[in-house]
Design a protein around this ligand. Structure first.
Ligand code: AMO
Length: 430
């Protein structure tokens, strides 16, 4: 028996017709002479009803099946106002696709939540929960909106290598891999490649791909493999890159507003979408946290406590601009008139950083000296520096953590909720 209809494709127009449906048995309510089976498929939960005196064998077979077994059922669609969808399928024939073992590693409709490790160890079962699955529906919609928006702005999608010979942004935080008889690394960011492509004349590119960080952080906002959404654009400064970022985030939110409201009703708060995102300078941000009791020194990065203070003043999306050159990567372009400040920015949501970006250094000599100032060895950056030697336009770009943005959209407090198979310090399986 082959499934021919899904739950959401059925409606009053099908009353009186026979259909073959299929899915997972979510629950069975057996009243003795009649039993109601909740059959879940990819878009909903359908009631399948079996009546003992109509078919004793079928009744017995169906009601004996453990929860989460997969079946296909053929029967007539009939109106029933008591059923969740306003109709049910009266079972006439059934085929067992796969019987579930018992007990289940975790419940799909149980009220009690399993702990995170049990859930992730049994992710196939965890994802059968509508709330969990819907995060990934939103993730797909978010990425589709972002691709759409960037394509509309003239960006083309590229894919750069993830196995690389040298560090991107300094020596630490890299996973090593054995590459035939050499040592290679998993790339922590497409940074060098996206800038390289500016020399190649692409002018506007984006990439959605994995980024690997060997940081030993065991936190609710760090992954060792995350999804980086990166752009790079030529003949552009940091203001242009911020405009594109603001447009990207707004498009993603606007396109999925209904789903987002379900998770995070506050995010809709007109402000975030209708008005420009505030842009405050690093100096203003330091001033603000210091006037709220922080003892941070000018020139330092914001600690978690200081980010919390910023988040109270700016609960929505906002940019922090004009960072100290010393605490941003070598590729961030210093201001001509104030080289101690650079054209880098972060996009924040409340206390959370979700994007870093900058106008880049595109002048070869300045780039060399910036590398040296940050204790890096220009010779290690050979292929990258080649691209700056024969004509490269001024350019800017950013990297946005897909899981961080999704956390905000879905109001999740643990980043592991926003990636199917998290990789963290302890987890490599599944
Ligand atoms: P940065 O290192 O700040 O910048 O990373 C950019 C964004 O990527 C996300 N992110 C992470 N998400 C989850 N787990 C992690 N361990 C993790 N690390 C980073 C965050 C962060 O804001 N090359 C620059 C970008 C650029 O200038 O274009 C870069 O990678 O959302």
């Amino acid at each position: 028996m082959k499934r021919e209809r899904t739950s959401s494709s059925l409606g009053p127009e099908d009353f009186g017709t026979k259909v073959t449906v299929g899915g997972w048995i979510q629950d069975i309510r057996n009243l003795g002479g009649i039993a109601f089976v909740q059959l879940r498929d990819r878009d909903g939960v359908l009631q399948v009803t079996t009546i003992k005196k109509q078919d004793k064998e079928l009744f017995k077979l169906l009601t004996k099946l453990p929860r989460e077994s997969v079946v296909t059922v053929r029967g007539e669609v009939v109106e029933n106002q008591q059923a969740r969808m306003g109709f049910e399928v009266l079972a006439e024939a059934m085929e067992i696709g796969s019987e579930a073992a018992t007990p289940l590693p975790l419940g799909v409709i149980d009220m009690v939540d399993a702990d995170m490790d049990t859930r992730l160890d049994n992710r196939f079962m965890d994802l059968r929960k509508e709330e969990v699955l819907s995060i990934f529906r939103l993730r797909a919609a978010m990425l589709a909106s972002i691709r759409d928006y960037l394509a509309g702005e003239g960006f083309i999608e590229v894919h750069t290598p993830k196995i690389v010979a040298a560090a991107t942004e300094g020596g630490t935080d890299l996973f090593t891999v054995k590459y035939f008889d050499r040592e290679a690394y998993l790339n922590q960011s497409p940074q060098l490649f996206k800038q390289y492509l500016m020399s190649a004349g692409f002018e506007r590119i984006y990439e959605v791909g994995p980024a690997f960080r060997a940081e030993p952080h065991d936190t609710s906002k760090h992954l060792n493999e995350y999804t980086s959404i990166d752009i790079e654009m030529s003949f552009a400064d940091e203001e242009d890159a911020m405009d594109i970022l603001e447009g990207t985030v707004k498009a993603a939110v606007r396109d999925s507003l209904e789903a987002i409201q379900h998770f995070n009703p506050e995010l809709k708060g007109g402000d975030d979408l209708e008005k420009p995102f505030p842009r405050i300078t690093y100096d203003e941000a330091v001033e603000l946290v210091r006037s709220n009791g922080s003892k941070m020194e000018h020139g330092e990065d914001f600690s978690a406590e200081e980010e919390a203070i910023l988040g109270e003043q700016y609960p929505g999306f906002y940019f922090i601009t004009r960072w100290p050159t010393a605490i941003k990567p070598f590729y961030a372009l210093p201001f001509d008139d104030r080289p101690e400040e650079c054209r880098a920015f972060d996009l924040m949501y409340g206390s959370k950083e979700i994007t870093s970006g900058a106008q880049r250094v595109h002048q070869l000599e300045l780039l060399r000296s910036r590398l040296i100032e940050q204790d890096l060895v220009p010779e290690d950056f050979g292929f990258y520096l080649d691209a700056f030697t024969y004509g490269i336009p001024p350019h800017a770009g950013w990297g946005l953590g897909a899981e961080r943005l999704l956390m905000i959209m879905t109001a999740q407090t643990n980043i592991r909720e926003c990636i199917l198979f998290p990789r963290d310090m302890k987890r490599l399986v599944p």
